[in-house]
Design a protein around this ligand. Structure first.
Ligand SMILES: [Fe+2]
Length: 290
């Protein structure tokens, strides 16, 4: 039984996402961590409002959910604060020398999954808002469970045993990652194979498992057939979407095995500074047997 002082309030937002209230992330108890994990597994995206976290407190909270990965290999922008190598800075701000203090600029970041081009791929990501514009830069999340359920049966039958390549060449802002030779032939570009339909490692619920549409490829098919099927599947990926309009001190946590996300562009003259941490995956996702 959870003591009243430890009880969390979970407020679902609809088909996807829930706000978690009644907790200060600076000091969470083991029972609260378990309740937060349960909420994440139930809702795929969870939102905490008005959290005041130092870099150390953000890292401490993130580590309650597993080992942290280092920031991704981004094409442009400093990755981490010097004293905190596991924090990934996402920002359009430039320093006095004109160098970006973080990655991903102010443009759109297309639908993607964080760190799925690794083996094993990342688990959850946590994104904490330090400075955000009044409008623009919203982050949307799409349920891959709902996307799978919305596939027509003929399309599902055609693709359910296939593997898909998760591109490792470009970041979500479209920048080529360091040390990668560009190839825009999806058959030849670098990436990692995963089953197209996976079983969630905790809940066992099946869902599509995708990352960027660019350079995706269905293993073993003619390129034309792969492109046609991927376009068909892609037309269903926005079946259940939650769009987050950021306020300073929001912390949003999502499970990369059950949602994709995208960011809208925003005014490049307005500052936006976010910190992200990324939980290492421990297993590669298993194919769902439908
Ligand atoms: Fe991302």
């Amino acid at each position: 039984m959870i003591a009243m002082s430890e009880a969390l309030e979970i407020v679902p937002y609809g088909k996807l996402g829930a706000e978690v209230r009644g907790v200060s992330l600076e000091r969470v108890t083991p029972r609260q961590v378990a309740a937060i994990e349960e909420a994440l597994n139930a809702h795929d995206v969870i939102i905490f409002r008005n959290q005041s976290l130092t870099n150390d407190a953000f890292l401490d909270f993130s580590r309650r959910f597993g080992d942290l990965d280092l920031p991704p290999n981004e094409g442009v922008g400093l990755k981490a604060p010097p004293e905190h190598p596991h924090i990934f800075i996402v920002s359009n701000v430039v320093d006095s020398k004109g160098e970006p203090i973080g990655a991903l600029g102010s443009g759109e970041c297309v639908w993607h999954t964080d760190g799925s081009y690794k083996a094993p791929p990342l688990g959850a990501s946590l994104l904490y808002a330090l400075e955000v514009p009044r409008t623009g830069g919203d982050t949307s999340f799409s349920s891959m469970k709902a996307a799978l359920q919305s596939l027509p049966s003929e399309l599902l039958d055609r693709v359910k045993g296939l593997d898909v390549k998760h591109d490792a060449a470009y970041d979500s802002a479209g920048n080529l990652r360091h040390g990668i030779t560009a190839s825009d032939d999806p058959r030849e570009s670098p990436g990692v194979w995963h089953p197209l339909i996976i079983e969630h490692p905790v809940t066992g619920i099946p869902g599509l498992y995708f990352s960027r549409r660019r350079n995706a490829y269905l293993r073993g098919l003619d390129l034309e057939e792969s492109e046609r099927l991927l376009d068909d599947i892609w037309s269903h990926i926005e079946s259940a979407v939650y769009r987050h309009q950021w306020l300073p001190k929001d912390l949003v946590m999502w499970d990369n095995r059950s949602v994709m996300h995208r960011r809208e562009a925003f005014d490049p003259t307005v500052r936006r500074v976010m910190h992200r941490t990324q939980i290492r995956g421990t297993l590669s996702p298993r194919r769902a047997l439908l």
